[in-house]
Design a protein around this ligand. Sequence first.
Ligand code: GLU
Length: 443
Amino acid sequence: MLNLTKFLGYVAEHNPNEPEFLQAVTEVVEDLIPYINNHHQDYETLKILERIAEPERVVSFRVTWLDDNNVIQVNRGYRVQMNSAIGPYKGGLRFSPTVNLSILKFLAFEQVFKNSLTGLPIGGGKGGSDFNPKGKSDMEIMRFCQSFMTELYRHIGAETDVPAGDIGVGGREIGYLYGQYKRIQNNFTGVLTGKGVHWGGSYIRPEATGYGLLYFVSCVLDNNNDTLEGKTIAISGAGNVAYYAAEKAILLGAKVITLSNSSGTLYDEDGFTLEKLHHLATLGRDIQEFTKKYKSATFYAEQKPWQFKCDIALPCATQNELDKNDAEILVENGCICVAEGANMPSTAEAVKVFHAAKIVYAPGKAANAGGVAVSGLEMSQNAIGQQWNTQKVDSQLKAIMENIHRTCIRYGKEECGYINYLRGANIGGFIKVAEAMKAQGVV
Ligand code: GLU
C-alpha cells in the first residue's frame, strides 16, 4: 500500500528547495494514492508515481545576448521534458524573472495531466528563462529569442518536443523563435505552436485558453441547470488568458467586473464591454489609465480582485495569486464557482476552503486546457499540411472542454453529489499516462 506521507517525504528529499513543484505533486498524489491503493495496486510495484514525478530530461543552458547598449547579458534557459508516454513533450515557454527550476517542474508536471485530459496524443513539458521582457525593446526581445533558440533547437522537434507560449511569450516571441529554428534547421515544420495564422498557426489559438475556460464554466453551470447569463465575474490578470476569458464571458451574457495586473485591480461597477476591453488592450501595463476614459471604473493599487462580490471567480494571472484569506472572502460573498485560467493560482489552503464550502473548484489542469488543446490541433493541421477554419477549430475546442468536464464528473463525483473537479481531473488525467507507462515497460 502506498503511503502519502512517505511518498511526499521521498519527493521532498529528492527535490530540495522546490516548493512549487512539491505543491503541485502533493495536490495530485493526495487524490492518486487512495485511488491506486483501491484500484491499481500494480502501479506501486511498477513505481509509476516515482517515475511520473521524475522528469525524463531537464536541460539548462546559458543564453547570452547583446542589449541595445551593446552590453553583454547572461540569462539561464531551461526545458523540462517531463513525460512522453502518450506523445511528444508539449508545453509552453515562460520568460519571467520569477522562473526557476521549481516553477518549471511544477508547470511541466501539471502539463502532463492537463495534456492527457485533452484526449490528444501529447506528453508534458515546459521551459523558459529568467529573462525579464518588461522594458525591453523589440530588437532586444528578438536577439534574446534568437540566442535562446540557438541552444534549444537541438532538444526539440515536431515529433520530439513542441514548445509554445506562456507568461512573457506570445505571438511576437514565437515568431522570433520560429524564425531562428527554421534558419538553423532549414526545415519548415510544426516545431512550435502559437504561430501566426499565415505561417502554420491555427485559428483560435490566441483565444483558446480564455474561450476554453468559459466553455468549461458553461458546462459546470449547465450541470446545475444554470447559465452564464447575468452572472457577475471577477477576473484577475490582463494578459492573453484574462483578455479572452473576459471577451467570451461578455459574449455569453455575463458581467465582468474586474481585471488586474501586478500593479493593482481595475474594478468597473457597470461591467466591461467589448469596447472597453479593446481600449484596455491598447494601454499596455498602465491599466490605471483606463479610469480616465471610463468613469464607472476605479483602480485599486496593489490590490487583488477577490474582495469584490462575484458569482464566479476566474484567476487568470499566475501561481499562488489567490490565498486562504481571498478564498474565505469569495465564499463569504456568495461565490459559487472558482475556475482557474492560470496554472495553480490557488494556494493549497485556498483549495481546502473551496472544498470545505462545497463550492465548485475547477483546477487549471482541467479548466485552462483549451490553450494546449488548440496547440494540439495546430500540430495536427501542420502534420497534414492543412488549415482549418475558425468555426471548425472553435467547435473542436468546445467539444474537448465538454469532454474534460465529463471526465471530471466521472472520476470526481462524490456520494453526496458534490463534484470534486480536482480529484476528477487528477485521476482522469493520470489513468491514460499510467497505462501507457505500464505498456511501455521499465523506461
Ligand atoms: N502555456 C499553456 C499552458 O499552460 C499552453 C501550452 C501549449 O500550448 O503548449 O497550457
